[in-house]
Design a binder for this molecule. Sequence first.
Ligand code: C2O
Length: 532
Amino acid sequence: AAVVEHTFNVGAMNISQLCTKSVIYTANKQLPGPTIEANEGDTVVVHVVNESPYSLSVHWHGIFQLLNGWADGAYLITDCSIQPSGNFTYHFNITGQEGTLWWHAHSSLLRATIHGALIIKPRNGTAGYPFTVPYGEIPIVLGEWWNKNVYDVEIDAHLTGLGPTISDALTINGKPGDQTPCKGAGVYEMEVASNKTYLLRIINAAVNVELFFKLAGHKFTVVAVDASYTDPYATDIIVISPGQTVDALTTTSAPPGLYYMAAKVFDSKTVSIPFNTGTATGIVRYTKAPNNTVASMPAMPAHNDIVTAGTFYRSLTGLARPGDPAVPTTVNHSLVVEFGLDQEPCAPDQTKCKNFALVASMNGYSFQFPKNVCLLKALYDGLPTVYSEDFPMSPPPVPVIRKATSVMKVMYNEVVEVVLQSRAYRNNLGTESHPIHLHGFNFFVLAQGLGRFDPRARGVFNLVNPQVRNTVAVPGGGWAVIRFTANNPGMWFMHCHLDAHLPLGLGMVFDVLDGPAPNLLPPPPVGYPKCY
Ligand code: C2O
């Protein structure tokens, strides 16, 4: 196994995008940022040098961080962020996972421009991919772009108490494409040879939007999601929510020419809240494309096509090879977590707030980040007053919202099942789907559906080959059931990956205690960004 080492200098970068000159913050002046490529079994070392004026944590989205929660990079959960002019070296091993993951800033909206792919190939000398080795592999990072400094976009969201202003464009590998009002906006292009199979490693790095993705004239075979292999699934459309990845094979058997790839928003909200209606485009160019060929556009579904989205999400099954972890059948903690958004009166500091602000909650608790301390260090140092261990196992009978730093205690190796229930089935306050992401673990998605979870659905749980993910798109007004083994002591955040919902409180934390074998978690690494 090798050591894969990178240095990320996070600092200002001048960019001309959408006919606007902006200063954004990126790693190594790249958008998307550098791709980390490793093999399963490798150690990754990333020196993050913070040359930005903002405090910064970098999260390795989907990496297990076994006995290494200190490197999870979740601001105020597992560290206190790297201060301006500071630096920190993240060290982690990659064990037991292969496929496409990504990394992103985990503090304020900085993730909009500070992110990149994290690709894990099979360990040398193993069976390799469970599909034909592709001729080429290409990361496709889908993103969202604001002309305004995203830090200010975030401040504005706080002052209004609502979501951030909608983005100015969607992007493919950092470029908006040629369907925006700005003539001459950048277009991502990939060149392909005819009759070859390519692996597209698609990442939704957008901040607040779920996306449809298509490639004109071509079909996909999905072979992995969230760095977990799936049974091959043939489709002409990919549906992907923020935080998720999809690995899809596509064969270049179309007549040599130019083909658009396109991404547009999937938004199932039933209330009329404005959203980004643009389409990001990129171009697939066959090497033998005749001169002056015009690219063809894929036909995209309507923005609210919940049937297409639901079909895609529900059709995936895990590859479940011999030796892969089986679905645990004994459950130690069975939770129902109902989550959603509510209105509350404006807080005094919300100067631009007119009548109400939004507040989000899970089982009646609106998650508050601790102040000047992070939960993992507090756990390690035995400072229990920083949080309360009273996260409820089920929704409160009478709707009530408490603002608290509430965690749920789980013993090492216990099995947790969560019915994730979107509360929108009750009040219809924007039945958008919420991508719920769990740090530190993969989970099995046993079933998902619309409306209120009916316990009879337990009869149709897939306990044989469910898809394995770290982020599940819980349908608007619907539900998904996940199950995982808490085999990693630490403080693990579970939250909505729509960035706008994080400061509103749409999260909770699993406090996985060491259990019978004490002190499994080693002390914090050298230079760890601590608060005190
Ligand atoms: Cu990709 Cu807590 O996030």
